[in-house]
Ligand binder design. Sequence first.
Ligand SMILES: *[C@@H]1O[C@H](CO)[C@@H](O)[C@H](O)[C@H]1NC(C)=O
Ligand SMILES: *[C@@H]1O[C@H](CO)[C@@H](O)[C@H](O)[C@H]1NC(C)=O
Ligand SMILES: *[C@@H]1O[C@H](CO)[C@@H](O)[C@H](O)[C@H]1NC(C)=O
Ligand SMILES: *[C@@H]1O[C@H](CO)[C@@H](O)[C@H](O)[C@H]1NC(C)=O
Ligand SMILES: *[C@@H]1O[C@H](CO)[C@@H](O)[C@H](O)[C@H]1NC(C)=O
Ligand SMILES: *[C@@H]1O[C@H](CO)[C@@H](O)[C@H](O)[C@H]1NC(C)=O
Length: 281
Amino acid sequence: MTVLLVFGLFVVIATAHNITFLEVPRYGDPYRDANLNCHYINEKDDPDLHSVKWYRGNHEIFRYTPGQQPPTRTFNSTAGGVTRGSCNQHSCAISVVLPKAINTRISFTCEVSTEGPRFAVVKQTKNLTVAVVLKEDPIITGMPGSVQFGEEVPLNCTTSPAMPPANIVWYVDGKAERREPWMVNHTQVSHPDEFGLRTSWRSLRVRVNTPRGYMAVRCEATQPIWPPFVRSTNATLVVARSPHLSMFTASGINPAVSQVSVLVMTVTLHIFSKYSALSEI
Ligand SMILES: *[C@@H]1O[C@H](CO)[C@@H](O)[C@H](O)[C@H]1NC(C)=O
Ligand SMILES: *[C@@H]1O[C@H](CO)[C@@H](O)[C@H](O)[C@H]1NC(C)=O
Ligand SMILES: *[C@@H]1O[C@H](CO)[C@@H](O)[C@H](O)[C@H]1NC(C)=O
Ligand SMILES: *[C@@H]1O[C@H](CO)[C@@H](O)[C@H](O)[C@H]1NC(C)=O
Ligand SMILES: *[C@@H]1O[C@H](CO)[C@@H](O)[C@H](O)[C@H]1NC(C)=O
Ligand SMILES: *[C@@H]1O[C@H](CO)[C@@H](O)[C@H](O)[C@H]1NC(C)=O
């Protein structure tokens, strides 16, 4: 009895292939085919691979059946079809046309079944959101070499082209830029480029009012899709505090001296960042 029971368990575990990795990009450009790949393995006592099926939502879009002729079939779907399929005993890759509507979310399922008598089935699902995500971190312009206490520094942050356009939020020393209630949205958006993509930008005037030697600014760009896509850039405003440091930076003097002053400021910055790291503990 015991032997039979153990044997039964063994059969249940060993008859299924295993999906080791399902490659579905989290975001997909509506103007390019998305490349999906399903990787699977079988143990040496497993029955042969019977079929691999791909589903978009609940609709089957592609089937690979190695024992049949032809081994692959694509199924038409109103949402867009499979343009290419290449499968073998270990993986099954397809390319699919995506809908053009930004922020559409699609689930893709890979289902692997083994030959009879049990036709054991394993499957995995992942979602893809249609969007052209930011390819680079935003760029902060207007960063001066160093600033004076009390100075107001105009900064600008610009994103790379994307769709939907990103919303930008500035943080100064970790706090979000104060927003006036009547100015709900300060992010400016460019006209669409030839591909329909838009860059976003947002300017900020930072008042240097910190008793420390630096201010940390951060520009965070978020695309309003689900899941949200975020890219950000940090920068540091170095505050020239002691009179002789600001004297060095104010005038050209000679290159050697200004290099020394840069060195001094760098060292100062290090000390201050160490200090703040310690004080957080
Ligand atoms: C499938 O693979 C995963 C991870 O490699 C492993 O944890 C799991 O036990 C495997 N399942 C089967 C049925 O072999
Ligand atoms: C899918 O539909 C298009 C037209 O809607 C047709 O040209 C194409 O042959 C069909 N493909 C398959 C595999 O049925
Ligand atoms: C995919 O999206 C659906 C909602 O559209 C959600 O219920 C599901 O949990 C998501 N699946 C994954 C794997 O994130
Ligand atoms: C910020 O940069 C954008 C382009 O990147 C530009 O169009 C805009 O005029 C700049 N704004 C300011 C206040 O400099
Ligand atoms: C802010 O502007 C962006 C781009 O113009 C837009 O997509 C977003 O919905 C706006 N947010 C709010 C809260 O109005
Ligand atoms: C940028 O600053 C934030 C805190 O303001 C920090 O959490 C993050 O790790 C920093 N990123 C980089 C790349 O330094």
